[in-house]
Write a protein that binds this ligand. Structure first.
Ligand SMILES: [Zn+2]
Length: 58
């Protein structure tokens, strides 16, 4: 993804833009999942490993 880092607000999760939800196309079907970067609260947690919460939900 290429988003303007300059406009990134500190504390707001940029992948989901603070919504706590991101679109995922895993499995071929696009659906919304809880943002693994913030855990769904829309706030960026420094040091959080997004890959830990990137497990596909159904
Ligand atoms: Zn997020």
């Amino acid at each position: 993804m290429s988003s303007g880092a300059a406009a990134q607000e500190r504390g707001t999760c940029s992948p989901c833009r603070g919504t706590g939800r991101v679109s995922s196309s895993l499995g071929g079907t696009q659906h919304e999942v809880t943002c693994p970067w913030c855990g769904g609260d829309g706030v960026f947690h420094s040091g959080r490993d997004a890959q830990q919460g990137a497990k596909p939900e159904r």
